[in-house]
Design a protein around this ligand. Structure first.
Ligand SMILES: C[S@@+](CC[C@H](N)C(=O)[O-])C[C@H]1O[C@@H](n2cnc3c(N)ncnc32)[C@H](O)[C@@H]1O
Length: 308
Protein backbone atom coordinates (compact mmCIF):
# COMPACT_ATOMS: atom_id res chain seq x y z
CA UNK A 1 0.00 0.00 0.00
CA UNK A 2 1.37 3.43 -0.93
CA UNK A 3 2.46 5.22 2.22
CA UNK A 4 4.02 8.39 0.88
CA UNK A 5 0.91 10.28 -0.21
CA UNK A 6 -0.71 9.57 3.17
CA UNK A 7 2.17 11.33 4.92
CA UNK A 8 1.92 14.33 2.62
CA UNK A 9 -1.84 14.54 2.81
CA UNK A 10 -2.45 14.19 6.53
CA UNK A 11 -0.71 12.52 9.46
CA UNK A 12 -3.32 10.33 11.19
CA UNK A 13 -3.80 11.30 14.83
CA UNK A 14 -3.76 8.80 17.74
CA UNK A 15 -3.75 5.93 15.25
CA UNK A 16 -2.96 3.16 17.74
CA UNK A 17 -5.40 4.49 20.33
CA UNK A 18 -8.20 4.68 17.72
CA UNK A 19 -7.52 1.13 16.51
CA UNK A 20 -7.38 -0.28 20.03
CA UNK A 21 -10.75 1.30 20.77
CA UNK A 22 -12.33 0.14 17.50
CA UNK A 23 -11.15 -3.41 18.30
CA UNK A 24 -11.68 -4.74 14.77
CA UNK A 25 -13.16 -8.23 14.42
CA UNK A 26 -13.95 -10.37 11.41
CA UNK A 27 -17.55 -10.70 10.18
CA UNK A 28 -18.54 -7.04 10.57
CA UNK A 29 -18.74 -3.87 8.49
CA UNK A 30 -16.72 -0.90 9.75
CA UNK A 31 -17.14 2.71 8.68
CA UNK A 32 -14.59 5.49 8.53
CA UNK A 33 -16.89 8.52 8.41
CA UNK A 34 -14.04 10.94 7.61
CA UNK A 35 -11.70 9.27 5.11
CA UNK A 36 -9.41 12.30 4.50
CA UNK A 37 -6.06 10.97 3.26
CA UNK A 38 -6.95 7.44 4.33
CA UNK A 39 -4.46 7.08 7.21
CA UNK A 40 -6.99 5.55 9.59
CA UNK A 41 -8.74 3.62 6.82
CA UNK A 42 -5.43 1.99 5.82
CA UNK A 43 -4.95 0.73 9.37
CA UNK A 44 -8.54 -0.53 9.63
CA UNK A 45 -8.06 -2.46 6.38
CA UNK A 46 -4.84 -3.97 7.71
CA UNK A 47 -6.60 -5.12 10.87
CA UNK A 48 -9.60 -6.53 8.99
CA UNK A 49 -7.19 -8.52 6.82
CA UNK A 50 -5.28 -9.79 9.86
CA UNK A 51 -8.46 -10.81 11.68
CA UNK A 52 -10.09 -12.44 8.69
CA UNK A 53 -6.93 -14.30 7.65
CA UNK A 54 -7.68 -16.62 10.61
CA UNK A 55 -11.25 -17.20 9.46
CA UNK A 56 -12.25 -19.40 6.54
CA UNK A 57 -15.95 -18.52 6.36
CA UNK A 58 -16.11 -14.85 7.40
CA UNK A 59 -15.07 -11.61 5.77
CA UNK A 60 -14.98 -7.99 6.81
CA UNK A 61 -15.77 -4.77 4.99
CA UNK A 62 -14.73 -1.14 5.40
CA UNK A 63 -16.92 1.65 4.02
CA UNK A 64 -15.29 5.09 4.12
CA UNK A 65 -17.01 8.38 3.37
CA UNK A 66 -15.82 11.94 2.87
CA UNK A 67 -17.74 15.01 1.79
CA UNK A 68 -14.70 16.33 -0.08
CA UNK A 69 -14.34 15.04 -3.63
CA UNK A 70 -10.58 15.72 -3.65
CA UNK A 71 -10.13 13.34 -0.69
CA UNK A 72 -12.31 10.78 -2.48
CA UNK A 73 -10.28 11.05 -5.72
CA UNK A 74 -6.93 10.79 -3.93
CA UNK A 75 -7.98 7.77 -1.88
CA UNK A 76 -9.62 6.05 -4.84
CA UNK A 77 -6.23 6.12 -6.52
CA UNK A 78 -4.26 5.31 -3.36
CA UNK A 79 -6.38 2.25 -2.52
CA UNK A 80 -7.08 1.07 -6.09
CA UNK A 81 -5.87 -2.46 -5.37
CA UNK A 82 -8.28 -2.78 -2.43
CA UNK A 83 -11.36 -1.51 -4.24
CA UNK A 84 -11.57 -4.25 -6.81
CA UNK A 85 -11.37 -7.49 -4.85
CA UNK A 86 -13.95 -10.24 -4.26
CA UNK A 87 -15.47 -10.61 -1.77
CA UNK A 88 -15.49 -6.80 -1.38
CA UNK A 89 -13.10 -5.48 1.26
CA UNK A 90 -13.29 -1.71 0.82
CA UNK A 91 -15.80 0.80 -0.53
CA UNK A 92 -15.23 4.54 -0.82
CA UNK A 93 -18.36 6.68 -0.94
CA UNK A 94 -18.49 10.40 -1.68
CA UNK A 95 -21.03 11.47 0.92
CA UNK A 96 -21.54 13.60 3.96
CA UNK A 97 -21.42 11.40 7.04
CA UNK A 98 -24.98 12.51 7.78
CA UNK A 99 -25.87 10.11 4.91
CA UNK A 100 -24.26 7.13 6.70
CA UNK A 101 -27.61 5.69 7.84
CA UNK A 102 -28.55 4.98 4.22
CA UNK A 103 -24.99 4.09 3.13
CA UNK A 104 -24.75 1.47 5.92
CA UNK A 105 -28.29 0.12 5.72
CA UNK A 106 -28.40 -3.68 5.90
CA UNK A 107 -24.83 -4.04 7.23
CA UNK A 108 -23.86 -5.64 10.53
CA UNK A 109 -22.11 -2.61 11.93
CA UNK A 110 -19.06 -3.42 14.06
CA UNK A 111 -17.75 0.12 14.47
CA UNK A 112 -17.60 3.68 13.18
CA UNK A 113 -14.67 6.08 13.38
CA UNK A 114 -15.06 9.87 13.19
CA UNK A 115 -11.93 12.02 12.88
CA UNK A 116 -13.59 15.42 12.67
CA UNK A 117 -12.60 18.73 11.12
CA UNK A 118 -10.27 19.36 8.22
CA UNK A 119 -7.24 17.47 6.94
CA UNK A 120 -3.82 19.09 6.64
CA UNK A 121 -4.25 18.89 2.87
CA UNK A 122 -7.45 20.93 2.94
CA UNK A 123 -5.93 23.42 5.34
CA UNK A 124 -2.69 23.83 3.40
CA UNK A 125 -4.35 24.04 -0.03
CA UNK A 126 -5.15 27.66 0.37
CA UNK A 127 -7.60 27.97 -2.50
CA UNK A 128 -10.21 26.33 -0.25
CA UNK A 129 -10.18 29.37 2.04
CA UNK A 130 -9.84 27.43 5.34
CA UNK A 131 -6.72 29.32 6.46
CA UNK A 132 -6.30 33.01 7.23
CA UNK A 133 -2.59 32.76 6.38
CA UNK A 134 -2.99 32.93 2.59
CA UNK A 135 -5.25 34.93 0.32
CA UNK A 136 -8.04 32.94 -1.34
CA UNK A 137 -11.77 33.11 -2.01
CA UNK A 138 -13.68 32.87 1.28
CA UNK A 139 -15.24 29.47 0.56
CA UNK A 140 -14.68 26.75 3.25
CA UNK A 141 -17.22 24.26 1.89
CA UNK A 142 -16.34 20.55 2.02
CA UNK A 143 -18.67 20.03 -0.96
CA UNK A 144 -19.08 22.83 -3.52
CA UNK A 145 -22.84 23.27 -3.06
CA UNK A 146 -24.83 25.54 -0.75
CA UNK A 147 -23.72 28.71 0.99
CA UNK A 148 -20.04 29.45 1.43
CA UNK A 149 -18.23 31.58 4.02
CA UNK A 150 -18.43 34.73 1.84
CA UNK A 151 -22.23 34.32 1.59
CA UNK A 152 -22.39 34.19 5.38
CA UNK A 153 -20.29 37.27 6.09
CA UNK A 154 -22.09 39.24 3.36
CA UNK A 155 -25.69 38.29 4.20
CA UNK A 156 -26.07 37.35 7.89
CA UNK A 157 -27.26 40.15 10.19
CA UNK A 158 -24.86 41.64 12.71
CA UNK A 159 -26.70 39.80 15.49
CA UNK A 160 -26.41 36.46 13.66
CA UNK A 161 -22.69 36.95 13.03
CA UNK A 162 -22.12 37.94 16.66
CA UNK A 163 -23.98 34.82 17.74
CA UNK A 164 -21.93 32.50 15.52
CA UNK A 165 -18.66 34.02 16.69
CA UNK A 166 -19.64 33.87 20.37
CA UNK A 167 -20.96 30.33 20.19
CA UNK A 168 -18.44 28.69 17.86
CA UNK A 169 -15.34 30.85 18.38
CA UNK A 170 -15.99 31.76 22.03
CA UNK A 171 -13.99 34.89 21.27
CA UNK A 172 -14.29 38.07 23.37
CA UNK A 173 -14.00 40.24 20.22
CA UNK A 174 -17.04 38.61 18.57
CA UNK A 175 -19.29 41.66 18.75
CA UNK A 176 -16.65 44.05 17.43
CA UNK A 177 -15.78 41.72 14.55
CA UNK A 178 -19.42 41.30 13.53
CA UNK A 179 -19.88 45.07 13.62
CA UNK A 180 -16.86 45.88 11.46
CA UNK A 181 -17.91 43.18 8.96
CA UNK A 182 -21.35 44.76 8.54
CA UNK A 183 -19.94 48.30 8.27
CA UNK A 184 -17.39 47.25 5.68
CA UNK A 185 -19.67 45.12 3.50
CA UNK A 186 -22.05 48.07 3.15
CA UNK A 187 -19.22 49.79 1.27
CA UNK A 188 -17.90 46.76 -0.59
CA UNK A 189 -18.57 42.99 -0.31
CA UNK A 190 -16.09 40.69 1.47
CA UNK A 191 -14.81 38.12 -1.01
CA UNK A 192 -11.49 36.80 0.24
CA UNK A 193 -9.73 35.48 3.33
CA UNK A 194 -7.57 38.61 3.36
CA UNK A 195 -10.63 40.90 3.11
CA UNK A 196 -11.84 39.32 6.34
CA UNK A 197 -8.40 39.24 7.90
CA UNK A 198 -7.97 43.00 7.36
CA UNK A 199 -11.20 43.66 9.24
CA UNK A 200 -10.23 41.46 12.20
CA UNK A 201 -6.88 43.24 12.38
CA UNK A 202 -8.70 46.59 12.69
CA UNK A 203 -10.57 45.65 15.88
CA UNK A 204 -8.39 43.09 17.69
CA UNK A 205 -5.19 43.91 19.61
CA UNK A 206 -2.05 42.71 17.82
CA UNK A 207 -1.11 40.10 20.42
CA UNK A 208 -4.50 38.33 20.05
CA UNK A 209 -4.88 38.53 16.27
CA UNK A 210 -3.58 35.10 15.25
CA UNK A 211 -5.61 33.25 17.87
CA UNK A 212 -8.76 35.25 17.14
CA UNK A 213 -8.44 34.75 13.38
CA UNK A 214 -7.96 31.00 13.81
CA UNK A 215 -11.11 30.88 15.96
CA UNK A 216 -13.19 33.11 13.67
CA UNK A 217 -12.22 31.13 10.58
CA UNK A 218 -13.03 27.86 12.37
CA UNK A 219 -16.39 29.28 13.49
CA UNK A 220 -17.29 30.18 9.90
CA UNK A 221 -16.26 26.71 8.70
CA UNK A 222 -18.49 25.11 11.34
CA UNK A 223 -21.43 27.26 10.21
CA UNK A 224 -20.78 26.75 6.47
CA UNK A 225 -20.78 22.96 6.80
CA UNK A 226 -23.40 22.75 9.55
CA UNK A 227 -20.88 20.62 11.40
CA UNK A 228 -22.31 20.47 14.93
CA UNK A 229 -25.87 19.57 13.98
CA UNK A 230 -24.66 16.92 11.53
CA UNK A 231 -22.36 15.40 14.12
CA UNK A 232 -25.06 15.18 16.76
CA UNK A 233 -27.76 13.68 14.56
CA UNK A 234 -25.33 11.19 12.98
CA UNK A 235 -24.07 10.00 16.37
CA UNK A 236 -27.66 9.24 17.45
CA UNK A 237 -28.33 7.28 14.28
CA UNK A 238 -25.05 5.35 14.43
CA UNK A 239 -25.62 4.29 18.04
CA UNK A 240 -29.02 2.94 17.00
CA UNK A 241 -27.50 1.08 14.03
CA UNK A 242 -24.56 -0.54 15.86
CA UNK A 243 -24.56 -4.31 16.26
CA UNK A 244 -24.23 -5.58 19.86
CA UNK A 245 -20.62 -4.97 21.02
CA UNK A 246 -20.14 -2.57 18.09
CA UNK A 247 -18.18 0.58 18.84
CA UNK A 248 -18.13 4.27 18.00
CA UNK A 249 -14.83 6.12 18.25
CA UNK A 250 -14.75 9.91 17.83
CA UNK A 251 -11.83 12.30 17.66
CA UNK A 252 -12.72 15.97 17.93
CA UNK A 253 -10.63 19.13 17.83
CA UNK A 254 -13.06 21.74 19.18
CA UNK A 255 -14.58 22.00 22.65
CA UNK A 256 -18.13 22.23 21.30
CA UNK A 257 -17.66 19.09 19.21
CA UNK A 258 -16.25 17.25 22.20
CA UNK A 259 -19.17 18.48 24.31
CA UNK A 260 -21.66 17.04 21.82
CA UNK A 261 -19.86 13.68 21.76
CA UNK A 262 -19.70 13.59 25.55
CA UNK A 263 -23.40 14.43 25.98
CA UNK A 264 -24.69 12.02 23.36
CA UNK A 265 -22.58 9.19 24.79
CA UNK A 266 -23.75 10.07 28.30
CA UNK A 267 -27.41 10.05 27.24
CA UNK A 268 -27.14 6.45 26.01
CA UNK A 269 -24.96 5.22 28.88
CA UNK A 270 -27.10 6.60 31.73
CA UNK A 271 -28.47 3.93 34.02
CA UNK A 272 -32.13 4.51 33.07
CA UNK A 273 -31.67 3.80 29.37
CA UNK A 274 -28.36 2.04 29.22
CA UNK A 275 -27.70 0.94 25.65
CA UNK A 276 -23.96 1.64 25.53
CA UNK A 277 -21.04 1.54 27.91
CA UNK A 278 -18.41 4.27 27.99
CA UNK A 279 -14.96 3.00 26.98
CA UNK A 280 -13.40 6.36 27.88
CA UNK A 281 -14.57 7.95 31.12
CA UNK A 282 -12.42 10.97 30.25
CA UNK A 283 -11.24 11.90 26.75
CA UNK A 284 -7.91 10.44 25.65
CA UNK A 285 -5.40 13.03 24.44
CA UNK A 286 -2.28 12.58 22.31
CA UNK A 287 1.01 11.84 24.04
CA UNK A 288 3.61 14.59 24.42
CA UNK A 289 5.69 12.71 21.89
CA UNK A 290 2.89 12.70 19.30
CA UNK A 291 2.23 16.42 19.84
CA UNK A 292 5.92 17.21 19.34
CA UNK A 293 6.00 15.13 16.12
CA UNK A 294 2.66 16.45 14.89
CA UNK A 295 1.65 19.75 16.53
CA UNK A 296 -1.71 19.68 14.76
CA UNK A 297 -2.72 16.77 16.99
CA UNK A 298 -2.52 18.91 20.13
CA UNK A 299 -6.21 19.73 20.50
CA UNK A 300 -7.46 16.18 19.75
CA UNK A 301 -9.88 14.54 22.21
CA UNK A 302 -10.80 10.88 21.76
CA UNK A 303 -13.95 9.26 23.15
CA UNK A 304 -15.52 5.87 22.52
CA UNK A 305 -18.51 3.73 23.45
CA UNK A 306 -19.54 0.10 23.01
CA UNK A 307 -23.09 -0.97 22.24
CA UNK A 308 -24.41 -3.42 24.81
C1 LIG B 1 -9.19 15.23 10.06
S1 LIG B 1 -9.57 14.76 8.42
C2 LIG B 1 -9.54 13.01 8.47
C3 LIG B 1 -8.16 12.45 8.29
C4 LIG B 1 -8.11 10.95 8.19
N1 LIG B 1 -8.52 10.30 9.40
C5 LIG B 1 -6.73 10.51 7.80
O1 LIG B 1 -6.10 9.74 8.55
O2 LIG B 1 -6.23 10.93 6.74
C6 LIG B 1 -11.28 15.07 8.34
C7 LIG B 1 -11.93 14.72 7.02
O3 LIG B 1 -13.33 14.64 7.27
C8 LIG B 1 -14.04 15.21 6.22
N2 LIG B 1 -15.31 15.65 6.80
C9 LIG B 1 -15.50 16.59 7.75
N3 LIG B 1 -16.82 16.66 8.05
C10 LIG B 1 -17.44 15.74 7.26
C11 LIG B 1 -18.80 15.34 7.11
N4 LIG B 1 -19.79 15.90 7.81
N5 LIG B 1 -19.07 14.34 6.23
C12 LIG B 1 -18.07 13.76 5.52
N6 LIG B 1 -16.78 14.12 5.59
C13 LIG B 1 -16.47 15.10 6.47
C14 LIG B 1 -13.16 16.33 5.73
O4 LIG B 1 -13.44 16.61 4.37
C15 LIG B 1 -11.75 15.74 5.92
O5 LIG B 1 -11.30 15.11 4.75
Amino acid sequence: MARLSEEQYHVPVMLTECMDLLSIRCGYTYADATLGGGGHSAEILKRIEEQCARSTDQTGLLISTDADEVAIAKCTSRFAEYLDVQPPLFKIVHANFSELPSVLEGHILGGVLFDLGVSSFQFDHHERGFSFRANAPLDMRFTPTGKNAADIVNTYSEAELTDIFYRYAEDPSSRRIAKVIVQSRNLSPIYTTFDLRELVVQVVPTQHQSKTMARIFQALRIEVNNELQRLESTLHRMIQMLAPTGRIVVMSYHSLEDGIVKNVFKEYSDASSKVVSLLTKKPITPSANEVSQNPRSRSARLRAIERL
